[in-house]
Design a protein around this ligand. Structure first.
Ligand SMILES: [Zn+2]
Ligand SMILES: [Zn+2]
Ligand SMILES: [Zn+2]
Ligand SMILES: [Zn+2]
Ligand SMILES: [Zn+2]
Ligand SMILES: [Zn+2]
Ligand SMILES: [Zn+2]
Length: 317
């Protein structure tokens, strides 16, 4: 473990004077882990150093029941959390700042190392003398430009994510024809329209040929007799015509049944309508007859009344 004396340490905030005695008088190192305190004089020691002493206090020489030792966890907590600069700050320019309890780890593992300035770099610390090379040649997060389309991003993004989809990235013909060297990815579709090794539909595909000859063999294929294919397609068509005939016959008789049914319904409705019409007329005549005979009766009565009055009148004069 690296040696650490009080004079090596530079605290961000000066320690209070009463707590400034932080060196073990036995090993002369700063006590960071497991400090113990002597009951006689209050002096702190490393646990491992004082464990070897049994008789008297190595600091004030007290002995017997005056001299007892106990662990001082509060002191450990307080001291361990103080912020210090790296002890090599002056010598090497190390910029590490951290809690005192971490300085030994820093000195043994990270001191003299620096962080890579590229955001997202997975390297935590790099030896200072290796940084330049790392930044320029090795860092996966270093700025990088796609040499095909000019897109700028990190090295790792361009290589792993962008290259597989860059439209200008040079690729081979998917059918590996030799008519072209590598072509930009975005030109592949156009190339396939002329590529001699790409499969094409037979021009008799509508007549039933499902072959996909290579473009360079397609002329030859079209010259081959397609008789078998044609015979098969024709018999399939005939079969379908028969089926459709049967079907339309069935549909026709179904329609005829519906027409008959509708005719019957129509006749029924006509008969209904006629009888309702007759009924209505009969009632109207009956009503008029009735009213007429009532009027005649009334008229007769009026006339006889009038005649009677006339007779009385004549009698009076
Ligand atoms: Zn010690
Ligand atoms: Zn003592
Ligand atoms: Zn350092
Ligand atoms: Zn880096
Ligand atoms: Zn690109
Ligand atoms: Zn090709
Ligand atoms: Zn064909």
């Amino acid at each position: 473990m690296s040696q650490l004396s009080r004079n090596d340490l530079i605290f961000q905030k000066e320690l209070p004077e009463s707590l400034d005695n932080i060196e073990c008088p036995i090993c002369l190192q700063v006590i960071i882990e497991e400090p113990c305190q002597a009951s006689c004089c209050g002096q702190h020691f490393c646990e491992t150093c004082i464990a070897r002493v049994t008789t008297s206090c190595p600091y004030c020489r007290a002995s017997g029941h005056n001299f007892a030792v106990f662990k001082d966890r509060n002191f450990a907590r307080f001291l361990g959390s103080q912020i210090v600069y790296c002890t090599n700050k002056e010598r090497t320019g190390c910029e590490w700042v951290g809690e005192l309890r971490q300085i030994r780890t820093h000195l043994s593992e990270n001191c003299g190392r620096v962080r890579c300035p590229h955001p997202g770099c997975p390297e935590e610390y790099i030896q200072a003398y290796k940084l330049k090379r790392h930044q320029e040649k090795e860092c996966p997060a270093r700025p990088y430009k796609c040499k095909h389309c000019g897109l700028k991003d990190t090295y790792i993004y361009i290589r792993q994510t962008h290259y597989p989809e860059c439209p200008l990235f040079p690729v081979e013909c998917p059918y590996k024809c030799t008519t072209v060297a590598k072509i930009p990815r975005c030109d592949v579709q156009d190339h396939l329209l002329v590529c001699p090794l790409s499969p094409v539909e037979c021009k008799y595909s509508a007549l039933g040929c499902l072959m996909m000859p290579l473009r360079m063999n397609s002329e030859e294929h079209h010259l081959e007799p397609h008789t078998e294919v044609l015979v098969e397609t024709c018999s399939r068509l005939l079969c379908r015509i028969e089926q459709e005939k049967e079907q339309s016959k069935a549909e026709q008789s179904n329609l005829q049944r519906q027409i008959n049914y509708l005719n019957t319904e129509l006749n029924k409705m006509r008969a209904d309508l006629r009888s309702q019409h007759d009924l209505l007329h009969g009632k109207v005549y009956y009503d008029i007859d009735d009213k007429l005979s009532q009027l005649i009766v009334k008229h007769e009565k009026l006339r006889s009344d009038h005649d009677q009055e006339f007779i009385i009148y004549i009698a009076m004069i």
